[in-house]
Write a protein that binds this ligand. Structure first.
Ligand code: SF4
Ligand code: SF4
Length: 120
C-alpha cells in the first residue's frame, strides 16, 4: 500500500454509505441528546460539514459530498482547515468500518489515482 499524495479528491468528493436524509435525521437526534455516546458512530457530527453532490447506487459508497473544510494552503496544496480536530472517518481513511469494498480483493481506496491504491 502506498501513501496519501495530497490530491484532495477524497475531501472534494467525500463518499459515504449514508444518504443526506439519514445524516440529517441523525444530526437532529444528536441536537436533542444531552450526552454523546462515544461508542456511537460520529456520522451525525459530520452532517454540518458536508454538501450533498450526487448519488450513484451502483457503488459501494453511493453518496457523494463536498466537505466545507477543504481548502488550499499557502503552498497551493489541498489541505484540511480543521486538520487537528478532523473527524475520525478522515483520520482513519481509507479504513472504513463495515464497508464491502474492503472485503474484496480490490483497491483500498474508492478514489481512482489515490496513493493508498499504489503498491507499497
Ligand atoms: S484521494 Fe487518496 S491520495 Fe488523494 S488526498 Fe485522499 S487519501 Fe490522499
Ligand atoms: S474534515 Fe478535513 S480531512 Fe475530513 S473531509 Fe473535510 S477537508 Fe477532508
Amino acid at each position: 500500500m502506498g501513501d496519501c499524495k495530497r490530491c484532495g479528491t477524497c475531501c472534494r468528493d467525500v463518499r459515504l454509505a449514508e444518504s443526506p436524509e439519514l445524516l440529517e435525521k441523525a444530526y437532529g437526534y444528536w441536537k436533542k441528546t444531552k450526552q454523546i455516546d462515544p461508542n456511537f458512530s460520529e456520522i451525525y457530527l459530520i452532517y454540518p460539514m458536508l454538501t450533498f453532490l450526487f448519488e450513484n447506487q451502483s457503488e459501494d459508497l453511493p453518496y457523494h459530498y463536498a466537505c466545507k473544510h477543504y481548502t488550499i494552503d499557502k503552498e497551493g496544496l489541498p489541505a484540511c482547515s480543521i486538520h487537528p480536530v478532523r473527524p475520525r472517518m478522515c483520520k482513519d481513511f481509507p479504513y472504513y468500518e463495515d464497508v464491502s469494498h474492503l472485503q474484496k480483493e480490490e483497491n483500498l481506496s474508492p478514489y481512482e489515482g489515490c496513493g493508498y491504491n499504489d503498491p507499497g
